[in-house]
Design a protein around this ligand. Structure first.
Ligand SMILES: [Zn+2]
Length: 294
């Protein structure tokens, strides 16, 4: 999916938080829902495998979120994701076309455009760039900083990882996996420049022989939110040049059944052009094109 649409979704999330006057961590998505007259409800415990839903019925909008993992960060992320379906251009229409209700699987595990856009909206809403950058300037790049950010911002660990990759100057790759396969991968612009045309890790790509693959072989690691770290190389994961060593840090995401891997390296070059590139990128490619019904 074109990156500019996801960037635009992130920026809209930031804007919605700012316009609601929420300018400090943690951003409370419930306040935004209440401000729009949206009814917020926890999902009944017996409904499994979904992270929430958004239901349009006449003038009433109901937002349902998952509270089954007793994880405030994940709950906030689920609410942010549903708010994405409310605020993102084209989403309410898409949901109305499907009969008025949408069931979500949030947190970067799906690759449909509507779900990923809502995930990026939620990330921008809960982790505005200025707050995230100021946090990162005082904390180490890597899993430890990401977990701390998730804590301070009360958002999901995956969102904290992806926003860290977006907002820091270092090459960072974030990979969400389940079992033997990649569910979602996000590469910072700095990471992409480690090699020419780094192959994009698509959903369903088999994990390489790695600490992550070994970690996933024991479901207890995932359920028990265990952590592990090792080293790997760029060329193990991507068709990149050989000889680039990376730290591989892993954490199980608990009952939701996924694993988060952060690939980074402190000795990798800082990219001085990053900010400039980003602005040019947005100027060049930002066009308000929304084509749904995929
Ligand atoms: Zn959704």
């Amino acid at each position: 999916m074109p990156g500019f649409r996801l960037k635009m979704a992130t920026q809209l999330g930031e804007k919605v938080a700012a316009e609601a006057g929420l300018t400090q961590f943690p951003i409370d998505p419930r306040r935004i829902a209440e401000g729009k007259g949206i009814t917020v409800q926890a999902k009944p415990a017996h409904v499994k495998g979904v992270s929430g839903a958004l239901i349009f019925a006449g003038d009433d909008v109901t937002l349902i979120y998952s509270s089954e993992y007793n994880n405030v960060g994940f709950e906030n992320f689920c609410m942010g994701h549903e708010l994405g379906h409310y605020f993102l251009p084209g989403h309410p229409e898409e949901i109305m076309n499907q009969g008025g209700s949408h069931v979500s699987r949030a947190d970067f595990t799906q690759n449909t455009s509507i779900e990923l856009e809502a995930d990026h909206f939620a990330s921008g809403l809960l982790l505005p760039s200025s707050l995230t950058r100021s946090f990162l300037s005082k904390n180490q790049v890597g899993l430890e900083g990401i977990l701390k950010l998730a804590d301070v911002a009360r958002c999901s660990r995956t969102a904290a990882a992806i926003r860290s990759a977006e907002c820091c100057e270092y090459p960072v790759a974030v990979i969400v996996s389940q079992g033997e396969h990649v569910s979602y991968a996000f590469l910072s612009d700095g990471f992409k420049r480690l090699g020419k045309n780094l192959a994009f890790l698509k959903k369903g790509t088999p994990l390489p022989d790695s600490a992550t693959l070994r970690f996933n072989r024991d479901p207890e690691n995932v359920l028990g939110i265990k952590q592990e770290s090792g080293t790997t190389t760029l060329s193990d994961w991507f068709d990149g040049p050989p000889g680039i060593t990376l730290d591989e840090e892993i954490v199980g995401l608990g009952g939701y059944g996924y694993t988060l891997t952060v690939l980074s390296g402190e000795d990798l070059p800082i990219d001085p052009d990053e900010e400039e590139d980003e602005e040019r990128d947005l100027e060049d490619r930002w066009t308000p094109r929304f084509a749904y019904g995929r």
